[in-house]
Design a binder for this molecule. Structure first.
Ligand SMILES: Nc1ncnc2c1ncn2[C@@H]1O[C@H](COP(=O)(O)OP(=O)(O)OP(=O)(O)O)[C@@H](O)[C@H]1O
Ligand SMILES: [Mg+2]
Length: 204
């Protein structure tokens, strides 16, 4: 369970108003300066969009903020916790939906969600219930028993999002969450994101 002190609403009380604060963030790959001194401030309860052409460094920034990649310079804090020195604390509060789906192709939609729920510590019956409710929320009930490899691109995207939201994260990183989706599915994903934000989640 989380060690950090919580306020009355169950949120991290320490610097809870600052979801992200990054200063002078840098990442170098060989001679390539992928991220060269980025400052970022994202208050809680907001949606922040990171825009830029292919290769601009968006994914690299998200990977540094979500503790997957160590910055070469600068610093970043998530809810006041340093992404390098307090990576474990940071990971308790975030989820990441990457640019490419993190699903097991051979398992069904339902089985994928049950695995994520169990990894979060739920018992089998609870995990199954949680999986079913997420499938319903994301309009995937009819696809529950189909292997992921037989789902359409939009359905996979929604399933990937459902998996990353199972643990009710306080901060969600979404790397190109609607790329390749049709207008209706795109609107559905944004509705879900807006609902989460209205409940206090922060999105980047
Ligand atoms: N692991 C890596 N090793 C070497 N170079 C990398 C690595 N990851 C990213 N890069 C380089 O860093 C730069 C930024 O890449 P990044 O993936 O962050 O861009 P992006 O803004 O997410 O692009 P896209 O819109 O195509 O997703 C690119 O020039 C890329 O080639
Ligand atoms: Mg990218």
């Amino acid at each position: 369970m989380p060690r950090l002190p919580l306020d009355a609403t169950g949120w991290p009380s320490r610097e809870a108003h600052e979801a992200i604060r990054a200063t002078g963030l840098r990442k170098v790959f060989g001679s390539q300066r992928a991220v060269d001194g980025v400052d970022l401030f994202v208050p809680t309860g907001t949606v922040y969009g990171l825009l830029g052409p292919n290769g601009a460094g968006k994914t690299t920034i998200v990977r540094m903020l979500s503790t997957l990649l160590r910055p070469d310079g600068g610093s970043a804090r998530i809810f006041g916790y340093d992404v390098v020195r307090q990576a474990q604390e940071v990971r308790r509060w975030i989820s990441l939906t990457g640019q490419y789906a993190a699903l097991d192709e051979s398992l069904t939609a339902e089985e994928n969600l049950i695995i994520f729920a169990k990894l979060l510590g739920l018992r089998h019956s609870q995990a199954k219930r949680k999986a079913m409710s997420m499938l319903e929320e994301f309009g995937l009930t009819e696809a529950a028993k189909r292997p992921v490899r037989r789902l359409s691109g939009g359905m996979r995207r929604r399933l990937d999002l459902a998996a990353s939201l199972l643990g009710q994260p306080r901060l969600i990183f979404l790397d190109e969450p609607t790329t390749g989706l049709d207008p209706r599915t795109r609107a559905q994903v944004w509705n879900t994101i807006r609902r989460l934000v209205s409940e206090g989640t922060t999105s980047c």
